[in-house]
Design a protein around this ligand. Structure first.
Ligand SMILES: NC(=O)c1ccc[n+]([C@@H]2O[C@H](COP(=O)([O-])OP(=O)(O)OC[C@H]3O[C@@H](n4cnc5c(N)ncnc54)[C@H](OP(=O)(O)O)[C@@H]3O)[C@@H](O)[C@H]2O)c1
Length: 254
């Protein structure tokens, strides 16, 4: 089986920081062109500058249907076809505007809505906006879930918003399989050097999470990026509708 050598167009939401940026570095090293989507133009431009002209910033708030449609129209006009879509935009909500309220129901409604919009809706809207643009055959769609989808996340809101991506990916894989497009989910455990925790990670909590791994370390963004890169490769062409856990054995395979 020989891998195609033509440079690919790789769309990465959340591509300005953390895992998305690490993924962009992997694809850029292979000669691919990346489109980096996020809300902060300056983060995207910084990332694109680092990637030496192989990356195109595309600012958009993917919780908004109009923004997702605008991003898709820009990508369609500039590139026509999308070879790989990596949905990395997301987070646990701690970086989003807070709602200070003494009302526990209003607080729960805010927490669940923020997480659903941030993790589920961003991925669904961008994927739906681009699904007709995916290379057929050969296209790849990838989602970022989390170990939390298996374990819970405290309030449950973040975990549920990630778990929701699993059946969406299964249905998408079934729909796109006949076109030769694969759809997979990567579920990391704790990953260092991202903006995910927004400065809220304590040394004690980090030590506890590392102690749960069999490898005795947290992941680096590159660990997750290399898995995404491999799933997007020609070699992984018969892997679809799967959830791949990358957590150093902190959660056993299932
Ligand atoms: N770090 C971990 O330990 C960990 C563990 C498991 C899963 N994950 C998942 O991995 C993915 C990547 O996170 P990360 O760790 O790399 O954290 P990160 O550095 O905070 O990256 C998240 C990215 O998503 C973008 N984003 C957030 N909301 C967006 C929106 N509405 N529209 C467009 N872009 C948006 C952010 O950019 P803007 O703010 O500029 O929009 C940011 O670049 C997330 O889905 C996260 O849930 C992370």
């Amino acid at each position: 089986m020989t891998a195609p050598t033509t440079p690919r167009t790789v769309v990465i939401s959340g591509g300005g920081t953390g895992i998305g940026l690490a993924a962009a570095r992997c694809f850029a090293r292979g000669g691919d062109t990346t489109v980096l989507i996020g809300r902060r133009r300056e983060a995207l431009e910084r990332a694109a500058a680092e990637l030496d002209g192989s990356a195109v910033p595309c600012p958009a708030d993917l919780t908004e249907p109009d923004d997702a449609a605008r991003a898709a129209a820009f990508i369609a006009e500039r590139f026509g076809t999308v070879d790989v879509l990596v949905n990395s935009a997301g987070g646990n909500g701690c970086l989003e505007p807070r709602r200070d309220t003494a009302d526990p129901l209003a607080s729960a409604a805010h927490d669940w809505t923020v997480n659903f919009r941030l993790n589920t809706l961003t991925a669904v809207l961008l994927t739906e906006a681009l699904r007709d643009r995916l290379a057929s055959p050969g296209g790849r769609v990838l989602f970022l879930s989390s170990i939390a989808a298996y374990r819970g996340s405290g309030s449950g809101a973040y975990a549920a918003s990630k778990a929701a991506l699993h059946p969406y990916a299964f249905d998408l894989a079934r729909a796109l399989g006949p076109r030769g497009v694969t759809v997979n989910v990567v579920a990391p455990g704790v990953v260092d050097d991202t903006e995910f925790f927004g400065g809220a990670m304590t040394a004690e909590r980090h030590d506890r999470l590392v102690a749960e791994t069999l490898t005795r370390r947290a992941a680096e963004p590159g660990d997750i990026a290399e898995t995404l890169h491999w799933l997007a490769s020609h070699a992984a062409g018969h892997i679809t509708s799967q959830i791949i856990q990358v957590n150093g054995g902190a959660e056993r395979g299932r």
